[in-house]
Design a protein around this ligand. Structure first.
Ligand SMILES: [Zn+2]
Length: 468
């Protein structure tokens, strides 16, 4: 469909200008004042047009446990999360739908779903998430979360000898074969569904799994996505496992390249940062999750100064506990003002918007075709209503969008030139029905006990030098 957004505000080098933006066959065809309209006219008056943001790291099925997870550090939190993880396919579908809707309504046009798989129903799990994303029309990276070591292996032992853990329920080669089958079935960029290889992280993955993922990503030309050094415990664990840092080890395995995006990156050394910069890998900043789980503050300003690409993620809704991308962008940019006294390095609202859009697409190897308002790029666009109370009075629209608390300000969203949000309503999904499903399939509860947390807690406390 061809259309022209008329009299819309867009940012330029100094401030803002009012222009018409023409979209033909899903591509931005022209940007200039007073163009002859092509196709349908869209009224852009008193609205701001920005490229869509990327929700560059999330786990959609965590939606089912948002709000209830205990206040715990990652290693114990994960034990609780897995003890109560949803194991039915319809729930996977509904939470992917919810994740897509919340991402769209906070400015996102692409989501990276580090999708937790239901054991022995992996392909069905992936199919359910794909179905949801296709229905909504959001651009989606399906990054199935894989591991080949049990949960207990993710906590440092405190011993110098190599640790032997019970084996994982599925051999590494079988997991890799499963990923290959999933790639063949689901990787369809022309339909807006991309597959990525996503070993969860050094804490639960063997070298063989990482190497297998490198092979598959090279063969099929796909992105790689992992958690990296989210917690201090993982930093310790890397030294125990490898005798070097996790980044040095992943670099030796050939895992780091320009299509590798790494969630968190809280506990890196200065030389690790240089390695990421050399490999042009992307750091996905998930500030709310890092605060919620007490993981620490990722040194984002250092990454920026070293030339490392940054994008923003919400992380799963069990560690956030929402999927509001604008909130992640706000906290993720001002958080660093307390860690670095030199205010000249602080992140401005305009820089934050660029990190969320172009930074996001760079991390997915899509910067050539997406991530900025430029002629020739694909039309993944978000139109914000500047007359909403939360964006008034009229000051600096991007300043208020990032630093304020915008509510219901997304007027329209297009992905690949197709409109999927119109007048603040998601077009292709019945959100009332989704609300009803989420309501019906849940109940208010305040107390539940995780068996695995009880098993792991004492060891965790002693290894982290926490007094009883
Ligand atoms: Zn995560």
């Amino acid at each position: 469909m061809n259309f022209t957004i008329q009299n819309v505000l867009i940012p330029d080098e100094n401030a803002y200008k009012s222009v018409d933006v023409q979209i033909s066959d899903g591509i931005i065809a022209a940007i200039a004042p007073e163009l002859d309209p092509v196709g349908t006219a869209v009224n852009g008056k008193n609205k701001l047009l920005l490229p869509g943001f990327v929700n560059a790291h999330t786990h959609s099925s965590e939606m089912w446990q948002r709000g209830i997870m205990s206040i715990l550090p990652l290693e114990l939190w994960l034990a609780e999360l897995y003890d109560f993880a949803p194991l039915d396919i319809e729930r996977v579908y509904l939470s992917a739908l919810g994740t897509a809707v919340e991402t769209l309504m906070s400015g996102g046009t692409t989501v990276v779903d580090h999708l937790v798989l239901i054991p022995d129903r992996e392909l069905e799990t992936i199919a359910a998430a794909v179905r949801a994303y296709r229905e909504v029309g959001i651009r989606a990276f399906i990054a199935p979360l894989i591991q080949d070591q049990p949960l207990a292996a993710g906590i440092p032992s405190g011993e110098t000898d190599e640790q032997v853990h019970e084996s994982y329920f599925r051999p590494t080669e079988v997991t890799l074969e499963l990923m290959q089958a999933a790639i063949e079935e689901f990787h369809k960029p022309e339909d807006g569904i991309y597959f990525a290889l996503a070993p969860t992280g050094i804490q639960l993955c063997s070298d063989a799994l990482f190497e297998g993922c490198v092979g598959l990503s090279n063969n099929y030309d796909l992105c790689r996505h992992s958690h990296l050094l989210e917690t201090k415990a993982q930093q310790k664990l890397a030294q125990e496992k490898y005798g070097c840092t996790a980044v040095e080890h992943l670099n030796r395995l050939g895992y780091l390249n320009s299509r590798t995006s790494l969630a968190h990156c809280v506990w890196l050394t200065d030389s690790d940062i240089d390695i990421l910069a050399e490999n042009q890998s992307t750091v996905v900043h998930n500030p709310l999750s890092n605060l919620r789980l007490g993981s620490g503050i990722a040194p984002i300003l250092k990454y920026r100064q070293a030339g490392v690409n940054i994008s923003f993620g919400c992380d799963g809704a069990s560690s956030n506990d929402s999927q509001d991308l604008l909130e992640a962008i706000k906290i993720g940019s001002i958080l660093h003002n307390v860690t670095d006294a030199d205010y000249q390095h602080w992140i401005t609202p305009k820089q934050a918007v660029e990190m969320a859009s172009l930074g996001g697409t760079k991390g997915l190897n899509l910067a050539e075709e997406l991530g900025s308002l430029a002629v020739g790029k694909k039309a993944d666009l978000v139109l914000y209503n500047l007359t909403d109370l939360s964006l008034l009075p009229r000051t600096d629209p991007i300043g208020l969008l990032v630093l304020g608390r915008p509510t219901n300000v997304v007027d329209s969203v297009w992905v690949n030139g197709k409109q999927i949000v119109d007048n603040n309503k998601v077009k292709n999904v019945n959100v009332d029905r989704l609300r009803q499903e989420l309501f019906n399939r849940s109940q208010w509860e305040t107390k539940r006990k995780s068996k695995t947390v009880a098993e792991l807690e004492q060891h965790y406390r002693s290894i982290m030098n926490l007094k009883d």
